[in-house]
Design a protein around this ligand. Sequence first.
Ligand code: PMP
Length: 403
Amino acid sequence: NMVSTDEKKQDSSIKKQQQQPLQIINLDQGDPTMFVEYWKKAGEKSNIMIPGWHNLSYFPNNNGGNVCWFLEKEFSDEVKKLHESVGNAITKDRYIVVGTGSTQLYQAALFALTSTDDNDDDSSSKPMDVVSAVPYYSSYPAVTDLLKSRLYKWGGDAYKFEDKNEPYIEIVCSPNNPDGHTMEPVVNGNGGKLIYDLAYYWPQYTPITKPADHDIMLFTVSKSTGHAGTRVGWAIVKDEKIARKMTKFIELSTIGVSKDSQYRAATIMRAVTESGQSISLQLAGNFFEFGKTIMIDRWERLRKVAAENGVFSLPKYPKQYCNYFGEIREAHPGFAWLKCNLENVEDCESLIKGNLKILVRGGKNFGMDNKKYVRISLLDQEDKFQILLDRLATVSSASTKIK
Ligand code: PMP
């Protein structure tokens, strides 16, 4: 009764605030919208205008003699220039195949590596195993087994794959989604064919230590420039026959890849390449510098929250020399692979989804038995990232009334 009415009012408004249900924040998908701020500032060089009479034909305006018949030369030229300027992949004397996202190219590569030239023989042979090291990108199993193909099937964790001297495919994702580590093949078999998914091998995420030079490498504008909605990816392929088969797969599934999108992607890639060479002053600075600065800032803030409450741990990354930035640095991946260290919490996904109302992807999607791991996207907009930090900070080992 010593409490004034004002104070009472304040007290009840605080309670009301606390009782308001938390807004649900979605950091499940890796939707790279943080790059929007760069592209808003980037200006004319990144715009594209397509007159109504352009790009009507199924056939490319200029294919430049590429094996992939629906590939626009302007697109493949910009792919090569971008890799040349970043130094993350060899493109000289390689075939470029364009796809509707790298998701389509992954399927095209599986087809190319498993289909025989004479299709009649396929019925007797058994599907080839496709494996990847746990924790692997959560889409691989579903995409691989979607059509229950007679050519290939998901074989699970590459670490557990028993090599029976038979052909298999290992998909190597480096840096790895979800945990950000640089990866090498883990199966050491004779019959192995490799697909490298290099979606995140770009300087904003990881040190560029050497130009990648593998038989089949997959890249995408989704994670490099942030244009996931353009749905364009590319494969860099050494073997002509494989490039032809991949092209065949895309021809039969979608009769090629949107020309509008190829031109948009070419324009965006040109803007990125030129931003690094400071040719164009109206651009918003070096694109990769922009990305790196945000990623470093986010990782510092996230690691601080984790260190302060002691509940969560994060992977550690080695310091390596980055040829692109000319400095020693560590990786700052697009996802946080977060481990919950509370003993009484069995399932980290339900802790974060249920109590903190943040949608994240649990470890089981990546082939993990241990439920203490979740993947959280760090590629979203700043306001969502700050809410993530605020809510993670409310979990403490002392207040573990959490189921
Ligand atoms: N590979 C990896 C490792 C990815 O994280 C993603 C997107 N989440 C993809 C491939 C698919 O990319 P795209 O949008 O080009 O289909």
